[in-house]
Design a protein around this ligand. Structure first.
Ligand code: GLU
Length: 305
């Protein structure tokens, strides 16, 4: 593992809703792990989705985290101020012939998939893109980004070949500290077993790396930022476990270092369902208004995990 002084953790919420207990768990875990090893904790505002990000949600993030007793380094990186970094990364992928423009609508793809039984789906459940635009004459990514209105997709087959990725994922792996072993339960910042996980980026198909309405996707922005900010330990929810395969592929293609990963369990509601930002009752500010203390929050998230 990386030496003590160099450990850098980050908590990276999207300001498109109020933080809930699940975010609190992630933030507390990052904070505790960083503090325990004398490392740094960064806060990153993932606001590339300018249609959904709102200033009041960003202000609430700072307020809720401070209420929890957390502290983080300033200045905070706001992704919406760094599109040029993501464009640079996309141009590097394009220079290797790995991107193509796509103007298909999500509804077109869904319609195609609905008409065929057993259409392959990505780990998030979306139908895999059939590659309709892959063989069209290629346009420079720079031009596509400048003009907007069209997505850029990764040519997954080419990308996997270039990354030296074997047919069953050999060659690309990540160091995971979040395996759901009993040792991860009961305490918020224990030291779970390290395992190497073989990446399987192909299960994502030709993913979108620049969206029609935003010149970057979460996947490219997160990989670029983690590297630019020198993040050594990515600690986030299990719902992003599969995305890590894709992140490792992009890191390899862009020649970026691979952080350690820890994907923690999700905080669930009484019905055993994942918490959603749309359900106001589990928002930290709603609990605070009900009289919860930061210690109550900590107890609740640790108990479950
Ligand atoms: N911004 C993402 C979210 O709020 C988290 C991304 C990450 O930790 O990699 O779900």
């Amino acid at each position: 593992m990386t030496s003590k002084e160099h450990r850098v953790f980050r908590f990276a919420p999207s300001p498109n809703g109020y933080l809930h207990l699940g975010h609190a768990y992630s933030a507390l875990l990052n904070f505790d792990l960083a503090r325990r090893c004398g490392g740094r904790l960064l806060l990153r505002i993932e606001d590339i989705d300018t249609g959904r990000a709102r200033p009041e949600f960003e202000a609430a993030i700072y307020e809720d985290l401070a209420w929890l007793g957390l502290d983080w380094e300033r200045p905070v990186r706001r992704q919406s101020e760094h599109f040029v970094d993501y464009a640079r990364a996309l141009e590097r992928l394009d220079a290797r012939g790995l991107l193509y423009a796509c103007d298909c609508k999500r509804s077109d793809i869904e319609r195609l998939a609905a008409g065929k039984q057993g259409w392959p789906r990505d780990p998030d459940g979306s139908p895999l893109y059939p590659g309709t635009c892959r063989s069209k004459p290629r346009r420079a990514a720079r031009e596509v980004l400048a003009k907007g209105g069209v997505a850029l997709r990764l040519d997954m087959r080419q990308a996997s070949t270039l990354a030296g990725q074997g047919p069953s994922g050999q060659g690309l792996a990540w160091r995971e500290f979040g395996a759901d072993s009993p040792s991860t339960r009961g305490s918020i910042a224990d030291d779970p077993q390290e395992t190497m996980i073989a990446a399987d980026p192909a299960e994502w198909g030709d993913v979108v790396l620049a969206r029609k309405d935003t010149p970057a996707s979460y996947h490219i922005a997160v990989v670029v930022d983690d590297a630019l900010q020198g993040v050594t330990d990515v600690v986030r929810g299990k719902d992003l476990f599969e995305a890590t395969s894709l992140h490792r592929l992009l890191q390899r293609l862009l020649d970026l270092p691979a952080p350690n990963y820890r994907h923690h369990g999700l905080v669930l509601d009484e019905k055993g369902e994942k918490l959603a930002k749309s359900v106001a009752s589990t928002a930290l500010r709603a609990l605070r208004a009900e009289g919860w203390t930061p210690a109550d929050v900590r107890r609740r998230v640790v108990l479950q995990n």
